[in-house]
Design a protein around this ligand. Structure first.
Ligand code: KG4
Ligand code: ZN
Length: 352
């Protein structure tokens, strides 16, 4: 019989470049092992899907062994296996889905296929502060996504308010780092360099914030114009033989990204009368983003929640946590017929 009060769940996450195996018991985190193939993508300046898929194949077994040992459990103790079935890179997702099916079948355990983006929101239940109340607005920012969600209920009602129409926020950091001659992944390097710069030195464009955009694309994001503006700005000065004030460019770019992210997220809180905002994704590593979000949340009377960083980047614990919530709500397992779905909509929290 499955324990539905505090189920022991193993979660598998392979949607991008992190191989994540997490184990939870109810809302208690027992293990969160993450193997990243980031280094293998560095020389390409971005995640290469085939390289990521192959790396998952190699990393899965050792990560599984380590997670089980850390949690101090036997695989046979599990109540269920959970896996990210989308959205993400197809080949990468397929590795996790295949592994999860094989594991569930061989252990004769129920399998729950869940949504990666909603998993980021689910990470919150593992925090020390107790689970967030709903509804909440969630802003998810990483190398792969920039999404603004209205979560009325974690397990049954999630709506996509907006997302990027071109580059993801993290991707913009990576591309601008490249323009400035900084290594990949760009976020931490831009951050480091920006510390000595003036964020007001250059007024870079804020994508989709003009009054006409705020009608049609109120909660959508666009970073490709910003990236082009930075490239142009740098090019003009390079051509003129001037030295590039890298710190100022980095600080001004970072300011533009953070300004748009936080103002749109807070606008969503106000528009929907939701006094809660949850952040997730690897870009949350940006301390300045966290500061500005906190300032703006405080002045808008919004409670800001940011999970521990190891739960913000892609990980298997958040997938296990979301499945655990579903199980506690009485949700039925997925049939074995589901497949990887690179464009799984956020409304499909759980794939049947
Ligand atoms: O969630 P994550 O680890 O995985 C992927 O999306 O693959 O996010 C990685 C992204 C990269 O684009 C990286 O440049 C960005 O997060 N990032 C940052 C910072 N640290 C990582 N962006 C801005 N500031 C940072 N400190
Ligand atoms: Zn993610």
């Amino acid at each position: 019989m499955m324990n539905r009060d505090a189920p022991l769940v193993l979660g598998i996450e392979t949607s991008c470049d992190e191989t994540g195996i997490g184990i939870v018991r109810g809302r208690e985190l027992l293990a969160n092992v993450i193997a990243s193939s980031m280094d293998e993508h560095a020389r390409y300046g971005g995640v290469v899907p085939e390289v990521a898929a192959r790396a998952h194949l190699e990393a899965l077994r050792p990560a599984l062994t380590e997670a089980v040992a850390t949690a101090g459990i036997q695989l046979s103790d599990l109540d269920a296996v959970a896996v990210t079935s989308g959205p993400g890179l197809s080949g990468a997702l397929m590795v996790g889905v295949g592994a999860a099916k094989a594991l569930a079948l061989s252990l004769n355990k129920p399998l729950y296929a869940v949504n990666h983006l909603v998993g980021h929101v689910g990470a919150d239940v593992l925090g020390e502060e107790g689970p967030l109340e709903y509804p909440t607005i969630a802003l998810l920012v990483s190398g792969g996504h920039t999404s603004l969600l209205l979560v009325r209920d974690l397990t049954s009602d999630v709506e996509l308010l907006g997302e990027t129409i071109d580059d993801a926020a993290g991707e913009a950091f990576d591309k601008v780092a490249r323009i400035l001659g900084l290594p990949y992944p760009g976020g931490p390097h831009i951050d480091r360099v920006a510390a000595d710069g003036d964020p007001k030195a250059i007024r870079f464009p804020r994508g989709l914030t003009l009054p006409k955009d705020m009608e049609k694309h109120r909660y959508d994001f666009s970073f490709s114009g910003l990236k082009t503006a930075v490239a142009r700005w740098v090019e003009v000065r390079r051509d003129a033989g001037e030295e590039i004030p890298i710190a100022d460019v980095a600080a001004s770019f970072r300011e533009a990204v953070i300004d748009v992210l936080t103002s749109k997220a807070i606008a969503a809180c106000k528009d929907y009368g939701v006094p809660r905002l949850l952040l997730g994704g690897g870009v949350v590593a940006n301390a300045h983003l966290r500061e500005v979000a906190q300032q703006r949340a405080t002045s808008a009377g919004v409670e800001l929640r940011i999970p521990a960083f190891s739960l913000c980047t892609d990980n298997g614990a958040m997938i296990a946590a979301l499945a655990s919530e579903l199980i506690m709500e009485g949700a039925e397992p997925s049939s074995l017929n589901f497949g990887a779905d690179s464009t799984l909509p956020v409304t499909d929290i759980h794939v049947h």
